[in-house]
Design a protein around this ligand. Structure first.
Ligand SMILES: Cc1cc2nc3c(=O)[nH]c(=O)nc-3n(C[C@H](O)[C@H](O)[C@H](O)COP(=O)(O)OP(=O)(O)OC[C@H]3O[C@@H](n4cnc5c(N)ncnc54)[C@H](O)[C@@H]3O)c2cc1C
Length: 369
């Protein structure tokens, strides 16, 4: 395995006053060959990247794209690798790890505060800081692993809140037009666990995201788990901090610790069906939970379907299984392969189709080239 750099990119920038040594080092980017990607993902699975580099600023990003274009390499951008399943054969292209940091907080009128965060910032760190500053908007999304740059990609969400409600704009490098663009919330085409970035796969590399938060917001505790949590605590007026703590505690009891397990959280999206299909299913399974959306469609609880109808909670085949406390979460033992995870997920898909007629969709990104 070759671990030495194949390219050392030095940006064409002179030394900066008084910061010569530090900044000279910071302006160097290494491009390496045959780097195992598993170590950069929470599944801890996947073969090597043919080329790999970590970008710390937009200049690095440009150089990495230039290098890839010259060599005609497909590009895979990764953040925390917490929503990825990388093929056992690895990625026969360039893997760019986004490590662009920085947060810029700006106070506007009427208690509105915007924060622009570098794509490589830790998501949980941003949520914590926003709550510490008394800002409403992200508290329900506490404890989700990963980076800021990936938050718009699958429009991360939990406990009835999606990040799209807080995203003002996204700054990204457009690898087709070869320039940086600013995309509005509308441009991003957000829907449930989905956005334009998933459909124009590989076209945009996000370098920063701007969120709009509020000093005068209201906490949302409509979601059943949160309602139950506060009812049990006898807390009828939870504060911003209370909601963040509740979400962290609920998640801790429901989800595996990804530092111990190989996992990417929920492996599938909850299916959304027509009202008619929901009625048909309710006749067969009267206890099936469903949440009616604004457009009349009904979002089903796939965790319930896998558990109650497919007998899949805690199911294990070889090195791969569903988590004992939440059937929607696939977990892998050390040594598991991507193929085993795929085979297992196909088995779950088959069981759901047999019981409900529904073809479920993956939430985790399959990375192969
Ligand atoms: C235990 C656990 C719990 C989880 N819970 C939730 C949850 O409650 N809600 C939820 O929505 N998700 C959840 N996830 C999934 C995951 O944490 C999120 O999807 C997260 O946003 C992924 O961030 P990342 O930086 O790890 O992205 P990666 O896994 O590195 O990448 C995910 C996708 O985004 C793309 N991408 C990443 N960075 C960029 C960038 N800068 N520019 C362009 N594309 C980019 C990648 O190419 C890939 O397609 C969970 C995962 C785990 C392991």
């Amino acid at each position: 395995m070759e671990l030495t750099p194949v390219a050392v990119i030095r940006h064409n920038v002179g030394p900066i006053d008084g910061l010569f040594l530090f900044d000279t080092l910071a302006l160097i980017m290494l491009i390496q060959k045959n780097i195992p990607i598993a170590q950069y993902t929470t599944f801890k699975i996947g073969g090597p990247a043919r080329y790999f580099c970590a970008v710390k600023n937009e200049d690095d990003l440009l150089e990495a794209v230039k290098f890839s274009k010259e060599k005609k390499l497909p590009i895979l951008v990764i953040g925390g690798g917490s929503n990825l399943l990388v093929a056992d054969s690895g990625f026969n292209g360039m893997v760019i790890r986004n490590e662009i940091k920085g947060k810029d907080w700006k106070e506007g009128n009427d208690g509105i505060v915007t924060v622009t965060a570098g794509a490589g910032e830790d998501w949980e760190g941003l949520v914590k800081e926003s709550v510490d500053r008394g800002l409403y908007g992200l508290e329900g999304l506490s404890s989700i692993p990963g980076t800021v740059g990936a938050s718009p990609v699958q429009n991360i969400g939990a406990y009835g809140v999606d990040v799209s409600h807080a995203i003002k704009s996204v700054r990204a490098f457009d690898t087709t037009a070869l320039g940086f663009v600013s995309l509005s919330n509308e441009d991003c085409g957000f829907t449930y666990r989905d956005s334009m970035f998933k459909h124009e796969k590989g076209r945009y590399i996000i370098s920063a995201v701007t969120y709009e938060l509020s000093k005068n917001g209201k906490v949302s505790v409509e979601y059943k788990d949160l309602k139950d949590y506060f009812a049990k605590k006898g807390n009828s007026q939870p504060t911003l901090k209370d909601v963040r703590e509740a979400v962290i505690e609920i998640r801790k009891n429901k989800l595996p610790d990804w530092t111990d397990w190989g996992t990417a959280g929920s492996f599938f999206k909850n299916p959304v069906v027509s009202a008619q299909k929901f009625t048909e299913l309710k006749k067969l399974y009267p206890e099936l939970p469903g949440f009616t959306e604004q457009d009349g469609h009904v979002k089903l609880s796939l965790g319930w379907i896998l558990d109650k109808l497919c007998n899949a909670k805690g199911l294990t085949i070889g090195n791969v299984g569903t988590y004992e406390k939440q059937a929607l979460v696939v977990v892998a033992k050390p040594g598991a392969t991507a193929q085993e995870v795929l085979d297992f997920s196909n088995e779950l898909m088959r069981r759901v189709k047999d019981k409900t007629g529904i073809e479920i969709e993956g939430e985790v990104e399959w990375a192969v080239a």
